[in-house]
Design a protein. Structure first.
Length: 228
């Protein structure tokens, strides 16, 4: 007996829309979404038109309605990464805050929320950059922009430019390394250390309401993630 192949379910950025199932025309964003999934799980080498078409359950020819070539899709992936991860981190660093510790909490909100900053996608792009000079240049430009936003954040609170840049680098590269280490640290332990992290990054003791607000935020997004 031949097993019937299950219809593919396509995920969308808009949660209010029903998933597309079966022989339905896919969109450009569907191709980008699935390509991003493959990039994260299997690396850039597997981001191939035939692989993606099979996952989407459509013919290869439909790819060329939206993209001129595979390189066109790869460029779209990089653009998507910059519009999500880089823009989110810069936006959070530039958000108003009453104290520098509150401002750093805003940045932490970004990297703790997968809807704002996709850590796995960041890893995938960094791995991709090891194999591609052009991607390395894009990554370097993105890192420079993120560091500039973080340095500006410290300067707004009275830190001298050199100290602001140094603290920005400590904060940023520690966060990148922290995520890359995949410590599987219990969230309770991570939150218990939060006041000390803030003191270490800024030289200032955080206010209790900042800690309470951040913990409430983490609990909220954890509930949303678990119910998704």
């Amino acid at each position: 007996m031949t097993r019937k192949k299950s219809a593919p379910v396509l995920h969308r950025d808009d949660p209010d829309k029903e998933p597309l199932v079966g022989n339905v025309k896919v969109t450009r964003q569907d191709w980008v979404n699935v390509a991003m999934d493959v990039l994260i799980s299997d690396g850039v080498e597997m981001v191939k038109v035939l692989v993606l078409a099979d996952r989407l359950g459509v013919s290869r020819s439909s790819f060329y309605w939206y993209f001129k070539s595979r390189q066109d899709l790869l460029d779209a992936l990089l653009e998507n990464w910059q519009k999500t991860n880089t823009e989110a981190l810069v936006t959070q660093a530039e958000m108003p805050a009453g104290t520098i510790t509150g401002a750093v909490c805003n940045v932490f909100r970004c990297v703790m929320n997968p809807a704002l900053f996709n850590n796995k996608l960041d890893f995938a792009v960094r791995d991709w950059a090891r194999r591609s000079g052009p991607v390395r240049r894009v990554l370097d430009q993105s890192d420079a922009r993120r560091l500039s936003a973080l340095s500006g954040m410290f300067e707004r609170f009275g830190y001298e430019p050199l100290e602001a840049l140094t603290r920005a680098r400590i904060l940023y590269f520690m966060q990148i390394g922290y995520n890359d280490a995949e410590l599987h640290e219990p969230m309770d332990e991570r939150l218990r250390l939060l006041p000390n992290y803030l003191l270490g990054f800024t030289g200032k003791a955080p206010q209790q309401d900042e800690i309470d607000d951040f913990i409430a935020y983490v609990e909220e997004i954890s509930g949303e993630t678990n119910s998704a």
